[in-house]
Structures are given as structure tokens and as C-alpha cells.
Write a protein that binds this ligand. Structure first.
Ligand code: ADP
Ligand code: ZN
Length: 720
């Protein structure tokens, strides 16, 4: 009897599961309805593909992305898994053929669009068959609270009733508590078996650079990833067209993609990108949904995105294959002004929300100290516990030294006050710089004592300082009009002339080392030959190259020079069927190359366990277990309570235990009622990563540190 692990290895050629894959698969195999939330590239597909091969009956996969079905089915067939799809893109004859396959019980997986599934023709086809699993992909489409509601998804529950024995698996990459609740209740899940994976994508190198010469900065990046695939996102169609033409004129295989192009051109450009005929896509945000390409090596944001959510989704399209990928955001304050201009055309709630989103991404882009992963993940309610991810610009450069900015800060704060706390940062800077613009004169601000006292800094530096004063809590900003006012902290600082430390812009940052994590060492010349072969085979078969082998597989071949079928099988992504089909073609190239250059086969070591890196949390947790209190640990390591709590949670989630008799309970200021409500929420949710749903549930009455304390108490009380 095959096991999930043996199928993973023998069919798909992978050595180990990605986080939560095993848990979801086991849960589905015991016929418990499951909801799995995983980021893009997290490996959702295997969660139903592996069970489908273990059930006797059929697995039906509902997906709204017609374009992706063909791709998925092609990939499965290359692995030797019998699968078909039914949707409106098929000719009547193909449609009938696929129906016949299903009827004869020859396929394990059937992909259908929701509207197709709901037709009498398909329902009666399925009525005569044993359906073991109903998988709902992109399950957030069920919820009106999701960003992509589709009414026909609501009717899927009727289909469920027709197959009461079939287990239901819902998959999505959208994680809000509201949407998750909606999915479970609409599909009438009996028990709530929910699996929420971390949204951290370790292999993405995340970088923000001041936008100086964006074209040159983009070219520099392209030159580092010669012949590799990447996406460049721009704000406007015009910008897309210009940049694409420019890149083409410089000899790059680039294509534009935006909503203003004819359908047919858009489709052609997308196809060229998927098939590795064009390396670069220059696009507006319209590009990406329904693209499954695993080997996107870089994503550039040529212009500032409108929100952290959108940004994270876009960079998420890089590196789905798990290999290192580079995400570069070019940031300038001019872009903020441009987006503000568009926001100002909106009204009411829409406007307020847009401002909030923009503030969040600006805060993110301007932070030059904190690990990039912290704010990104905390935006999704997840805490990132490591102090240093060693795969973002901020973790890889020495921190910008803080300087004493007391004098300019005092000037700015008192100017805010003198202007009656009714103006935004730009106007305050104008006053300090002694501007004679119309607004300054109209309000008589050229008469203020702070008028013209700040010429030692530029407008840009004042704006930058203002944003730091905001984030340090000296200023607060009105949500709708962006007017600044002083906080008690500022009044106190002005009164006591307390020193203020910050960063004055334009101090160049010192890079410790050249960004990215070390890639696997591999032979680039051999890799190029293997890629060429892959492209040939793909074109012959009329499929995208990654259906044959992923980049990771080729990288491993070019690193270990396997020269026999059995060693080829140890490469990631080589299963039995692919070995039979393509093994000889690739072995011939590797052998020929190795012989010519006198290279020997190298043994591939078992995957290295990474649990030993970032051991700080272990040291902290062990000290805790020896009897040290949280307060003591904070002093000893000079960190905040949040950091200590994160370390302890991480230690628990790695499968260790914590002692019960600590000072944790005494640190909590939650009332017994609140504590009970929070515990009940943890009971229902997957507690380790996602605190935001609980935070929302408590309407913010308990801050995140409080919730972290309660989370630990909850987990400790539940440990064996
Ligand atoms: P999602 O649907 O969550 O975006 P996919 O299911 O498309 O992700 O998987 C993304 C990529 O990761 C695919 O190329 C897939 O083959 C690969 N993959 C999935 N699981 C594993 C694993 N356990 N080991 C190695 N690669 C995997
Ligand atoms: Zn980092």
C-alpha cells in the first residue's frame, strides 16, 4: 500500500513535505473535511493530488481559473497521474472524449469550472460514479468578504449533498478570519479542521531601494539574472509600454501586459512568458492571477504599490519552486505624491481606507532598520520571531547609525503647533523652508516665528523626518486629511528638551554583503544545455518547459552530475514516470558534458535540517525552563517582552514543552472573562501564527503582547 510519503517521492520526486502538507493529506485521508490556507507557492495542489491517488474513487477539483486547469492537467500527466478537465475551452469532441474517460473510471482527477459542475450533464455523469473527494480550489470565491466573490460557488453545497460520502477539501491563499468562517459554514463542514500555514516565504530576498534612476536600477538587476524569468510591475499602462519598448530596444526578450492591449496580444505575451520564449513581462497589476509559472526569479516594483496586501501578493509570484528569488521595490516620495493625488479624487470610506493602505506601505518602505518580514507578516496577523532573517536588505546591511535630530525635530514639532495643528507635512516643510507659495501666504504663515528657520534641510529631508516623528509617536495624523498634530509625548519632549534620535536621509547605507542568500553552486554551462533540451522537449510536446522539469531539478543535475537512472531519481522533482520518459535525454547530456570536462558524479546529501539556525529562541526558552522569569529574560537580553514571547512560542511550535509555573499569568492584565473569550477563539482557530483574527475579535481591547501571553498560557495548559 503506497503512503503519502512514498507517492511524494516516487511519483513527484520530492524528498520532504512542505509545511502542513502532510497534516492536510492525513486529515483528508481520514475523511475529515479540511480547510487549508497556504500562501501562493505553498504547495496546495499536492494536498489533494496525493490523496486522489490513494482513494479508489474519483477526486473532483473545482477551480475558477480555466487557464490553469490545462496547465495542472498537463503537469499531472507528465508525472503519470491520469487527470482530465472539463470546461468551456474544449471543443465538443474533446469534451465528449474527456467525459468518456471519466465514465470509464480511467481518471483519478477531474478538474471542472464551478458552472460546469453545476450542469445536469455533469451531475448525472458523476451520479454514476464513486466520488471520494471534492476539492474546492480558490475557496475564498465562496465569500462575499473575499476579494473575488463568485455566486456560483455558493451553490457547490448542493453538489456536496449529492455525494455525502465524499470528503471536502477547501483551499485558498486568502486568510482573513471572516472568509475562513464563511467557507466552513457555506460548505457545511462538520468539524472545523483548519490548517493555516505560515505566509513567510523564506526563499524570497526582499529589498527596497530609493528610486534614483529606475531604468538603470532595473537594468542592473536584469544583468544579475541574465536569461532568467521575471516580472516588472509598473503603475500605468503608458509606463508599461515605454519600459517594455526600451528593454526590447536594448535586446531583452520583454513583453508588455496590461488591460489596454487587445485580448489576443495579451494572451500571446503571457504565453510567451510561460513558455520561456520571453524572459521578462512588464505589466500593470492586471498580470499574475492564474499564472502558475514556478521559475519566476525576480519581481521588480518599478512604482510604489498601493497596499501591502497587493505588494505581498505580487512578490509572492516569485520563486514558487522554492529556489532563491529577488524582490526589488523602487521607492520614491514622488510616487507617494502621485498616489495621493489619485486618492484625493476619492471620497468617504474608500478614501480613508486608501490612505491607510498607502500609509502602511510607505511606513514599510521607509523603515531601514526592521527586518522586512516582520511588518509584512504582522500585516497578516503573523509574528515573525527570528531577529534576523538574513534574506532581506535590512538584515543584510549594517543598521543606519541613528543621529541626534533633536534640533530639527523641535523645529518641526513647534512649527506644527504654531500652524494650529491643521496642516500636513508638506505645508509645514514649506513654512520651515521659507517658501512664498500661495498657500503659505494665504494663511499668513510667513509671519510665524518658525518661518524660514529650516533651510539647513531639503524638502525631502523634512518629509522624511516628519514620517519618522510619526512612527516614533511624536506626531499623529488625521486619517482623512493627513493633518498633523502633536501627541503628549511631543509636548513632553518640547518642554524637557529631550533628545530625539533618528536618521537624516541621504546618509548612504553600508551593505555588509551582497544581498541574497547563497544559491546552490551549480555548473551554469551545463545548466544552459539542460535548459535547451528541456525547451526542445517542451515545444515538441506543446507544453510549458516546467511541465517537463522544474528549474530546481535542472539546477540539481548541474550540481551533482548524476550519470545513472538511480542517481537521477535522487534529484528533486524526478519521479519514476519522468525518469522513464525523459531520463535518457538528460543523462546523455550530463554524461557527455561530464566526460568532456572530466567531471565526476557527486553524491547528493540528505536535505539539511535547518532547525539549528536561529538558535536564540532555544537558548531563551531553555533559560525559561530552568526557572528564569520573562522579566529577567528581557533584562538579560535587552529585548522587549514581545521578543521573549515570540521566542517561547517558536520553541513550543518546534514541538518542545515549557514549564507551567512561570510568571506568565501575573504578566497578563486580561480579565478572567477576556481570557476565556480569547482561549475560546484559539480553540477555534489555528493559534500559532494568526493573532490578528483574535485581535479583531476582541476589538483591539487586548494588544498583541497581551495576546501573545495568553497564547502561551493556552498552549502550555494544553501540552501533554
Ligand atoms: P500553490 O497552489 O499553493 O500556489 P503549488 O501546489 O502550485 O502551490 O506548488 C508550487 C510549486 O511547489 C510546484 O512547482 C510544486 O511542484 C512544488 N512543490 C509542492 N510541494 C512540494 C514539496 N513537498 N517539495 C518540493 N516541491 C514542492
Ligand atoms: Zn530580514
Amino acid at each position: 500500500m503506497p503512503t503519502p510519503a512514498s507517492i511524494l517521492k516516487e511519483t513527484f520526486g520530492y524528498d520532504s513535505f512542505r509545511p502542513l502538507q502532510r497534516e492536510v493529506i492525513e486529515n483528508v485521508m481520514t475523511r475529515r473535511d479540511s480547510l487549508a490556507v497556504m500562501p501562493t507557492g505553498g504547495g496546495k495542489s499536492l494536498c489533494y493530488q496525493i490523496p486522489s491517488m490513494m482513494f479508489d474513487g474519483l477526486t473532483v477539483v473545482v477551480s475558477p481559473l480555466i487557464a490553469l486547469m490545462k496547465d495542472q492537467v498537463e503537469q499531472l500527466r507528465a508525472y503519470g497521474v491520469p487527470a482530465v478537465f472539463l470546461n468551456s475551452s474544449l471543443s465538443p469532441q474533446e469534451y465528449q472524449e474527456n467525459m468518456d474517460y471519466v465514465k470509464r473510471g480511467e481518471v483519478k482527477l477531474l478538474y471542472v469550472a464551478p458552472e460546469t459542475l453545476l450542469t445536469p450533464r455533469i451531475l448525472s455523469l458523476l451520479a454514476g460514479l464513486k466520488v471520494d473527494c471534492l476539492t474546492i480550489d480558490e475557496a475564498h470565491c465562496i465569500s462575499e468578504w473575499g476579494h473575488d466573490f463568485r455566486p456560483e460557488y455558493r451553490q457547490l453545497v448542493q453538489v456536496r449533498k449529492q455525494f455525502p460520502k465524499a470528503v471536502c477539501l477547501a483551499l485558498t491563499a486568502t486568510a482573513t478570519a471572516r472568509v475562513r468562517q464563511d467557507i466552513r459554514s457555506t460548505l457545511q463542514f462538520s468539524t472545523s479542521n483548519e490548517f493555516v500555514a505560515s505566509f513567510n516565504r523564506e526563499n524570497l530576498f526582499i529589498e527596497v531601494m530609493p528610486k534614483r534612476d529606475p531604468t538603470q536600477q532595473t537594468l542592473d538587476l536584469l544583468n544579475r539574472y541574465k536569461d532568467q524569468s521575471g516580472i516588472i510591475y509598473c503603475f500605468s499602462r503608458k509606463q508599461v509600454d515605454e519600459l517594455a519598448s526600451y528593454l526590447i530596444s536594448r535586446g531583452y526578450a520583454a513583453r508588455p501586459y496590461h488591460a489596454g492591449l487587445e485580448d489576443i496580444d495579451r494572451k500571446r505575451n503571457q504565453e510567451a512568458f510561460i513558455r520561456d520564449d520571453a524572459q521578462i513581462i512588464v505589466a500593470t497589476i492586471a498580470f499574475g492571477m492564474g499564472i502558475n509559472k514556478p521559475n519566476v526569479r525576480f519581481v521588480v516594483h518599478y512604482d510604489l504599490p498601493k497596499s501591502i496586501e497587493g505588494y505581498y501578493q505580487e512578490i509572492g509570484r516569485a520563486g514558487r519552486d522554492g529556489l532563491p528569488a529577488h524582490c526589488l521595490l523602487l521607492y520614491s516620495y514622488a510616487d507617494v505624491a502621485k498616489l495621493n493625488y489619485f486618492i484625493d479624487q476619492k471620497e468617504g470610506d474608500e478614501r480613508r481606507v486608501a490612505i491607510q493602505h498607502l500609509n502602511a506601505i510607505v511606513g514599510y518602505a521607509e523603515d531601514e532598520q526592521t527586518c522586512r518580514r516582520k511588518p509584512l507578516l504582522s500585516y497578516f496577523g503573523e509574528t515573525y520571531a527570528a531577529d534576523n532573517c538574513s534574506n532581506c536588505d535590512n538584515c543584510n546591511s549594517s543598521p543606519t547609525p541613528l543621529t541626534d535630530v533633536t534640533i530639527p525635530a523641535q523645529k518641526f514639532l513647534s512649527c506644527v503647533k504654531r500652524a494650529d495643528e491643521k496642516f500636513g507635512a508638506g505645508h509645514i516643510a514649506d513654512i520651515l523652508l521659507g517658501s512664498k507659495n500661495e498657500k503659505v501666504l494665504r494663511w499668513g504663515h510667513d509671519k510665524l516665528s518658525t518661518y524660514g528657520i529650516g533651510t539647513e534641510l531639503t524638502q525631502k529631508q523634512w518629509m522624511h523626518l516628519a514620517r519618522q516623528l510619526l512612527s516614533m509617536g511624536y506626531l499623529k495624523q488625521d486619517g482623512e486629511y493627513r493633518t498633523l498634530s502633536l501627541t503628549p509625548k511631543a509636548l513632553e519632549a518640547l518642554k524637557k528638551r529631550a533628545p530625539i534620535f533618528g536618521v537624516l536621509q541621504e546618509a548612504e547605507r553600508v551593505k555588509k554583503k551582497d544581498g541574497r542568500k547563497e544559491e546552490v553552486e551549480y555548473n551554469h554551462a551545463l545548466f544552459a544545455l539542460l535548459r535547451q533540451k528541456r525547451k526542445e522537449l517542451a515545444d515538441e510536446a506543446g507544453v510549458p518547459p516546467y511541465v517537463i522539469f522544474s528549474d530546481r531539478t535542472l539546477v540539481e543535475m548541474a550540481a551533482y552530475y548524476p550519470q545513472s537512472p538511480s542517481s537521477l531519481l535522487t534529484m528533486s522533482g524526478v519521479g519514476q514516470v519522468k525518469l522513464n520518459q525523459y531520463g535518457d535525454a538528460f543523462l546523455a547530456i550530463i554524461k557527455g558534458y561530464a566526460e568532456k570536462h572530466g567531471l565526476k558524479e557527486k553524491r547528493k546529501d540528505a536535505p539539511r535540517d535547518k532547525s539549528d539556525s536561529n538558535r536564540r529562541y532555544v537558548i531563551v526558552a531553555e533559560a525559561f525552563n530552568r526557572g528564569e522569569g520573562v522579566g529577567e529574560l528581557m533584562r538579560k537580553y535587552g529585548v522587549t517582552i514581545g521578543t521573549i514571547l515570540d521566542h517561547l512560542a517558536r520553541y513550543l511550535s518546534a514541538g518542545n514543552a515549557l514549564r507551567k509555573d512561570s510568571d506568565l499569568q501575573s504578566l497578563s492584565s486580561a480579565t478572567p472573562d477576556q481570557q476565556q473569550t480569547v482561549f475560546a477563539a484559539f480553540e477555534e482557530l489555528s493559534p500559532l501564527y494568526q493573532l490578528k483574527p483574535v485581535f479583531d475579535k476582541m476589538n483591539g481591547a487586548l494588544n498583541y503582547d497581551e495576546l501573545k501571553i495568553l497564547r502561551l498560557l493556552y498552549l502550555i495548559s494544553n501540552q501533554e
